[in-house]
Ligand binder design. Structure first.
Ligand code: IMP
Length: 441
């Protein structure tokens, strides 16, 4: 049985949660492969809205085993809080599995992230201040605490006694912050370990056994390609590999085990945090996108920066992820705009330029637009491509031409049923059953 990767092709918040949810009926395991509680997935299920940060949205389906792979950084407190919140709403969280090799976000990581951002102020990266970067830095430095370490009280204390003095010196001397107490940090971490113990396991073995046993594994990326540590707009990126390749290292699968990569994007662009954004709109159209698209961060509540669809990074995003098809979300949000623009190129210092550019060059990039007709019709009830207004069909086809791979799923609203399945024999086939059963119910 295959492994499918769901990956964001833009700056995150593309609606990957809906894609995963749509495919969930044919999936046995959903594995998050990178990122931490900086992410946010909003899933609308049975009229209820679920906002998830760390736990894969597969948790909402009783037949799915949700997994946090070794490429994830885990804040144990927020994980336990998220589990409790789900339990209070009647969701069983006992199936959740967390990799023993995933790294733990410790209180000193959060303090360092917050203090660095506060000091840099407008010059900062605009991180989510959840300690993501410092936790991944410790992993690379080989001074990290792993989830499995939380289970060994004595060993954990020994490691913390070695690490904490250096971190305290940095917090105190560089930022003037109070130092952290070894006993308290140790007691908190060990208590979280006790509570998480039933969930901690070798998730790579779990995933491999599932694949060997003919189960379908879905690997779910957080953030998006343009926030990838290596392929994004460095340094305005997150600290992990959001691209599909990250699913191998962070999820525990080999490249030949992945046979389907669904790239997810929105019909326009958004970005949260700092960094260049050539098609950003600071006008009435930008406000339309924020309001109609409810473009506020799931994790931080920050208003997302909005802009026209940018096709310049699209080709390379499709290529670097080897996307086999695309799910295009939020087409309905564009209804009511008199005309639409697609960014098809950049001019930098008077010359035509292509992706990738350095963050500096990208900052100076002037977008070259193709203008297209808009439409006024509400798309919420549309379920077939042929029922879309002609201008919307032209817009989708233009994006598809530039992407070079089929757009097999189109979303016209947050609910699961508000989806157009264009390619029932390809990636869309996985979604067809879910939608058919939903409309029959
Ligand atoms: P960090 O991941 O908190 O270190 O933040 C680094 C950059 O990634 C910042 O610009 C954040 O706003 C952005 N970022 C992190 N997670 C997400 C996400 O889930 N969606 C959108 N942007 C994100």
């Amino acid at each position: 049985m295959p492994a499918t990767v769901v990956v964001g092709l833009q700056w995150g918040d593309e609606g990957k949660g809906k894609t995963t949810d749509l495919l969930s009926d044919s999936v046995d395991l959903v594995v998050r492969y990178q990122g931490g509680d900086n992410a946010g997935h909003t899933v609308v299920l049975g009229g209820e809205v679920f906002k998830l940060h760390l736990i894969p949205s597969g948790i909402l389906h009783p037949h799915i085993t949700p997994v946090l792979g070794c490429g994830v950084v885990v804040n144990p407190k927020t994980l336990l809080d998220e589990m409790s919140a789900l339990q209070e709403r009647g969701i069983d969280t006992s199936r959740l599995r967390v990799s023993h090799a995933a790294h733990v976000i410790m209180p000193y990581h959060i303090a360092q992230d917050q203090a660095t951002e506060a000091r840099l102020d407008a010059e900062g990266l605009g991180t989510t201040r959840r300690g993501i970067g410092p936790a991944y830095a410790d992993r690379a430095w080989r001074t990290g605490i792993r989830v499995g370490d939380l289970l060994d009280r004595q060993g954990l204390r020994h490691k913390l006694a070695r690490i904490l003095p250096g971190r305290n010196a940095m917090l105190h001397e560089a930022f003037g912050l109070p130092v952290l107490d070894l006993d308290a940090v140790h007691a908190d971490a060990a208590a979280c370990g006790e509570r998480l113990a039933p969930h901690i396991t070798d998730t790579t073995g779990l995933v491999q056994d599932a694949l060997a046993g003919g189960q379908h594994v879905l690997l779910e990326g957080a953030q998006g390609t343009l926030l990838d540590l290596d392929h994004g707009t460095y340094p305005f990126v997150t600290s992990s590999n959001a691209v599909a390749g990250g699913a191998c290292t962070g999820g525990g699968v080999g490249p030949r085990q992945i046979d389907r990569v669904i790239g997810v994007m929105k019909a326009y662009s958004t970005r949260v945090g700092s960094g260049p954004f050539p098609t950003e709109l600071d006008d009435q159209t930008g406000r339309h996108l924020v309001e109609r698209g409810s473009e506020f961060g799931t994790t931080t509540g920050r208003r997302r920066r909005c802009g026209w669809f940018d096709a310049v990074p699209l080709r390379s995003a499709v290529a670097v992820n080897s996307a086999s098809s695309i799910m295009l979300n939020k087409l309905d949000v564009l209804s009511g705009l008199p005309e639409l623009r697609l960014c098809t190129g950049y001019r930098v210092d008077g010359r035509d330029r292509h992706w990738p550019l350095s963050a500096d060059e990208l900052q100076r990039a002037e977008p070259v637009y193709r203008t297209m007709a808009g439409w006024t019709e509400d798309l919420g009830a549309v379920r077939r491509m042929s029922d879309l207004p002609p201008a919307a069909v032209d817009y989708v086809r233009a994006i598809e031409d530039m992407a070079g791979v089929p757009i097999s799923l189109l979303s016209v609203g947050a609910e699961r049923t508000r989806t157009i399945v264009r390619d029932p024999l390809g990636d869309g086939a996985l979604a067809v059953r879910a939608l058919t059963e939903q409309s029959a119910a």
